[in-house]
Ligand binder design. Structure first.
Ligand code: NDP
Length: 285
């Protein structure tokens, strides 16, 4: 009589379009590395099918799933509870299913913070954050919760930046203000960390956010959320000026680590996951 089990733990992702989402390759590489009998299924879920997909995951006893665009806000009514940051951010990208209860979390900002902590302590730091979309919102809230001193949010549409600044001021101990993005943004001398949270640079190694390059001084930490290509032009210019560059792969990898900790209570090897992404995106300059 065989004692082999033929039932894998199920995790995955609901989004659309999703054919270019590499998370499955990253997480399944780590499941294999740790000999964990689990699968991560990348599912194309159209907006009208989200409710059925969530019900299906629950019915099939998935332990959790990521949800990406366009479901990060729409999924909330189907959940039983939200983590503190998901509640403040108003968006969920990671759902844990335990004893039939669904809890929503947001790992975008947490993944970024975990990556940032590899090079700097965010507590008390002064941050300049470029962009005011979903990634910027999650990062700003987590920075505030982590005790960052001050965040200046720079965006073409300053009203969007002010909405995020108010979230930080009202729901965290952090301070924040909005600034309109006109011409080239200069990084003030007292800023410790510059973060590009715009989509500029995605899939285009020559694109760069309009920042005065002579304000990128030695010692400044320059982080980019763009995972593809990992060495964006902003990071290359920053490195050439003596700044500490931080690429968007770390944010993606740490989101995977945090998600699986929530689902399986196991910590995956971040190095294995990063190498899986580098095989896909390339690691070079
Ligand atoms: P959104 O579409 O919500 O926001 C995009 C932001 O970029 C907006 O603030 C927009 O400004 C700004 N922007 C776009 N083009 C320009 C431009 N030419 N000049 C100035 N500002 C510009 O996107 P998300 O926040 O969801 O995602 C942003 C990026 O983050 C994506 O490229 C995504 O790949 C990356 N990301 C990476 C993750 C990772 O794990 N590494 C995780 C999540 C996202 P405006 O408001 O004025 O239009």
């Amino acid at each position: 009589m065989s004692d082999r089990r033929f039932l894998s733990i199920l995790t995955g992702s609901f989004s659309t379009p999703c054919a270019d989402n590499p998370t499955v390759a990253m997480i399944e590489a780590a499941y294999r590395h740790h000999d964990i009998d689990a699968r991560y299924i990348n599912c194309d879920v159209k907006p009208g099918n989200l409710a059925d997909a969530v019900r299906g995951a629950k019915a099939m006893e998935w332990v959790g799933f990521n949800c990406s665009l366009p479901h990060k806000v729409a999924v909330i009514p189907y959940l039983d509870a939200l983590s503190e940051s998901a509640r403040i951010i108003g968006a969920v990208n990671c759902v844990t299913i335990r004893d039939g209860r669904l809890t929503g979390d947001n790992t975008d900002g947490k993944g970024f913070l975990a990556s940032l902590r590899e090079v700097a302590d965010p507590r008390g730091a002064k941050v300049m954050l470029l962009g005011a979309g979903g990634a910027a919102r999650a990062i700003a809230v987590e920075l505030g919760l982590a005790g960052t001193g001050h965040v200046t949010i720079v965006n073409r549409d300053p009203a969007k930046a002010e909405t995020i600044a108010a979230l930080v001021r009202d729901h965290t101990r952090g301070d924040a203000r909005a600034m309109p993005w006109e011409g080239e943004a200069r990084v003030p001398e007292d800023v410790d960390i510059l973060i590009n949270a715009t989509s500029i640079g995605l899939g285009d190694r020559d694109a760069i956010p309009p920042v005065a390059l002579d304000s990128l001084r030695k010692g400044l930490i320059v982080a980019d959320v763009i995972p593809n290509p990992p060495k964006t032009r902003l990071l290359r210019e920053a490195k050439a000026r003596g700044c500490t560059p931080l690429d968007g792969l770390g944010m993606l990898v740490n989101q995977g680590v945090i998600g699986v900790e929530l689902w399986l209570e196991k910590t995956l090897d971040a190095g294995v996951m990063k190498r899986a992404l580098q095989d896909i995106f390339g690691a070079g300059d």
